[in-house]
Each structure stands twice: as structure tokens, then as C-alpha cells.
Design a protein around this ligand. Sequence first.
Ligand code: ZN
Length: 293
Amino acid sequence: MHSSTARADQPESLPQQPWLRRLPLRSPTLPPAEHTNLYVIGQRDLLLVDPGTPDERENQRALAVLEELADEGHRVRGILLSHHHFDHTSGLTQLRRRLDVPVYAHATTAKHLHHLGQPVDRLLDEGDVLPFAPEGLQVLHTPGHAAGHLCLLDRAGNSLIVGDMVASIGTILIETTDGGDMRLYIESLRRLQDLAQQAALRLWPAHGASVAAGAMLLAAYIHHRAMREEKVMAALSHGTASLLELVPRAYDDKPDVDPFLAARALLAHLHKLRDEGYAEEVAPNLWSPRKAY
Ligand SMILES: [Zn+2]
């Protein structure tokens, strides 16, 4: 749907922006995506973003690339996690052991990782600037997909490293059981869309190749979620129904959808509609409309 000259599974770097390198590593992520991009950012000192694979051979491949960069005088100085999900953090142990560098993340991400015995060394939040690009990397807090989700704005490269806010392959799932919040997610998408529009930003997602028309991709995501929300409200208008009864109505445009995956996505929409007063859970797992949409 979103064309790009680079292949999702091939490394990518632009001649006008040599400090930003995308290295896709095979990872346990949501199909049809099969890789998580490890970003290697910096002119001399390097920051790694999202070590997302537990596969030792894939991490060896990453370390070999870093060794080549070391021969050219580069040094890895830190590892940043866009959020806590397994397909963004499961390579942390291996890379940290080999590189011995501090780990950066939002406080909420740090809390999740603390439970897994993975300490975070430096907490980041909105407004922080990291010295890994000609004009630095500006930290944006973009909750919704995960409460501690961070994006990085590279002003010199007119680029936004967007983690799991959008993807150019596959889809972004909002999991209410894991801190996902559709209302916040759409708010964060809108904020990024404004930014992308003002500065004609290119997006670098965690899954898939970079997307030059960043504002357009963000607009498409916002539009798609609004369309789904309307379908959920239409599905509710038939009367009280369970989550799995609502799936075929709310996804009648996607008859091949995995009903359990769709149910998880649908629940995020229902929670948003409930918080806005349009729907209510009248009994466990039974949903009704509450006021006119
Ligand atoms: Zn994620």
C-alpha cells in the first residue's frame, strides 16, 4: 500500500543522511512483518534503537556491522528502547553484554523491564535531546501503542524514528491488556502528523522500510482508525453483543481477518468509545451503545 524503493528486509541508509542506518533483524513480531529494524544512529558516537531479536545469529550479524563501523572510528555509546514490547527489547541482554553501554528508555518502559530483571540506566522524557545526529535527536513522548512509547526527531535529516506508531509493513495492534490506549494513540498520531506536515518528515518505522511521505502515512493511519471506529459504532447499533459477535460486523470489509486478533483490536476501540461515553460494557464482555455517535 505504501511504496518505497528500499526493501523491508534490506539495510537502508540515505546518502544525504549517512548518520541514520536501518538494519532489519529477523524477530518474533506480528506477521506479516518478520523483522524489527535496529537503528544505528550517529556520526561518530552511535546510538542503537530497539534491539528486538533474541536470535543469536541475527545479533551476531548486527555486531559484525558495528565492528565494521568501529574500524571507521565509530563507537556505540548507548541503547535506546522505543517501548517495552518483546520484539523491541529481546536482544537487549545479548547486545548489552557485548557492548557494555547504558540503556535509555521512558520511565514506564523502565518499570516493565525492571520486572524482567533488565535495568534501564537513563530515563528519557519529552523534550530531552540526545547528541547522536548533527542537530541532535529530540525525544518525543507518544503514548498509545504503549504508555512509555518514545519517538526521535532528527531535525537535520528531516526524519522521525517512529517505533511502533506506524509501520510500512503489517499493522499496529493496540493491546488494552498491555497498556495500549486507542484514544491516546490517535492523539499521538495527530501530533506526529502535524509535525510531519510542517517539516515534510520522512518516517523510519520499527517494521518495514522508511516512508518519504510521512504526513500521508500518518493521515492514512488516522483515517483508517476513524473508519474502523465508525464500523464499531454501526456494529453496536444492532443491540447488545459480545466482542466475538461484534467482530464480523465491525470487520465486514475484511472477511479473512483472524477473529481473535481482530477482537483484541476491537476491544481497544470499545474502550475508547466507552471513555468518550458512546458505548458501555453492560455485563462482562457484553457491549451496548450508550449515546448517539
Ligand atoms: Zn510494539
